[in-house]
Design a binder for this molecule. Structure first.
Ligand SMILES: *Cc1c(COP(=O)(O)O)cnc(C)c1O
Length: 405
């Protein structure tokens, strides 16, 4: 008889967003005349910008001609894109990162989920609480997290770093030293950021303790404040301890077209001198056949002058929504944070409601969908996430409905 990977069976319940979708579908089937506004899932709504569309068309046409047709892409990414990324995202920001340290992929979700594969089964991970669910769940699937305590929502073999109002939603250095530290700034779900000085402390801590930081910078493009680092490689010593993951989804609307990348500097080595870079390259070679040529050309266009200007305009559009949500809720008496360097607003539920109670109330009384903070971890209980990715009209309508609630 076939046996499944029992580590998968340890995962509690279903993936957060499937649970939300089920609840929303049930409500809308029972109430077909209600207009539901979704400010829940972190998905963009603005179409791809003209510079990207032009690049897509051009690449499609190349595929129709024998001389320019492209088959399998190089599994680490085309040189034209790797060098464009290295130059624009790193060299021009004063970071020492080379094109051959950039691994192009189909997105940050798969990279942030798969990266744990190159580490030993007994490495100890540390995560923020609340946190993007992919980091812990993929370590559960890999059998690394110990046992789950349904009462607390915590895994026995994971170090949790609470991000609460008391610490401004920015974690403190853990007392028990982890091997692998997941950080995400600007943060999903809280919208919090970290200053360069604070991030430098993490890099120093990792180097002192021979730990590795996985830095998820999917929201880098939303940074508006000067002292917030765009890359962990702005910190001294990060080449020795940090892996950075990025995505084209949130900065350029590639959630449906799929493109991301991971940077692994060649200086990061394990205790025997093995380069993490080599292992990730080996993994890509075996399990990934390259992001599509057409999409990599579209990604390259994001860095063109027109592409930069157009994607910046889209980000400004979303951040204008963020401002409306933030200020609207604040004026209605809610305690809110985030929304300045990230498209997420993190609010305290009123009247000590649980996150799910507030979810149900919003859905049923004003037909607005958000994300319960507790779905991101126990410290998210009593909080709620709204995203700025809707249309401006829907965002205004949703907030105005909440204000009248
Ligand atoms: C949206 C998101 C991603 C996923 O990005 P894709 O490139 O679309 O897979 C990764 N990390 C965080 C924190 C995100 O919010």
């Amino acid at each position: 008889m076939i046996k499944v990977n029992e580590d998968y069976l340890k995962l509690p319940g279903s993936y957060l967003f499937s649970t939300i979708a089920k609840k929303v579908n049930a409500y809308s089937q029972a109430n077909p005349d209600k207009k539901i506004i979704r400010l829940g899932i972190g998905d963009v709504t603005q179409p791809l910008c003209p510079a990207v569309i032009d690049a897509l068309h051009k690449a499609v046409d190349e595929m129709a001609v024998k001389e320019t047709f492209m088959g399998y892409a190089p599994d680490l990414g085309y040189e034209f894109l790797r060098s464009t990324i290295a130059k624009n995202d790193y060299t021009q920001r004063g970071c020492e990162i080379y094109a051959d340290e950039v691994f192009v992929s189909d997105g940050a979700k798969s990279d942030s989920g798969n990266i744990q594969e190159i580490f030993a089964k007994d490495v100890k991970i540390a995560v923020c609480d609340p946190v993007y669910p992919v980091y812990v769940d993929t370590n559960v699937m890999a059998g690394r997290t110990g046992t789950y305590d349904a009462a607390t929502g915590l895994w026995s073999n994971v170090i949790y770093m609470p991000c609460t109002a008391a610490n401004g939603f920015s974690p403190e250095l853990p007392k028990e030293v982890p091997d692998l530290i997941y950080l995400c700034f600007p943060n999903n779900p809280t919208g919090a950021t970290i200053t360069k000085t604070e991030l430098q402390k993490w890099v120093d801590y990792a180097n002192q303790n021979k730990a590795v930081i996985i830095y998820d910078a999917a929201y880098e493009a939303y940074i508006s404040e000067d002292d917030v680092p765009h890359s962990i490689y702005e910190c001294e010593g990060a080449r020795n301890c940090a892996i950075e993951i990025r995505s084209f989804s949130k900065n350029a609307g590639f959630t449906g077209t799929r493109l991301g990348f991971t940077v692994i500097p060649k200086d990061i080595k394990d205790e025997n001198g093995v380069m993490l870079h080599s292992l990730w390259a080996r993994r890509h070679g075996t399990k990934f056949n390259g992001a599509p040529y057409i999409i990599q050309r579209a990604g390259e266009a994001v860095y063109s002058e027109a592409g930069k200007a157009q994607t910046m305009e889209q980000i400004a559009y979303y951040m204008n929504n963020a401002k409306y949500i933030y200020e609207g809720l604040k004026s209605a008496g809610y305690t809110v944070s985030g929304g300045v360097n990230a498209p997420y607003i993190w609010l305290k539920t009123p009247d000590n409601m649980t996150s799910w109670e507030f979810f149900d109330k919003l859905l049923e009384t004003v037909n607005v969908v958000g994300t319960p903070g507790s779905g991101f971890g126990p410290s998210g209980e009593g909080y709620f996430r709204l995203t700025a990715f809707g249309t401006y009209e829907n965002t205004v309508e949703a907030i105005d409905r909440i204000k009248k609630m």
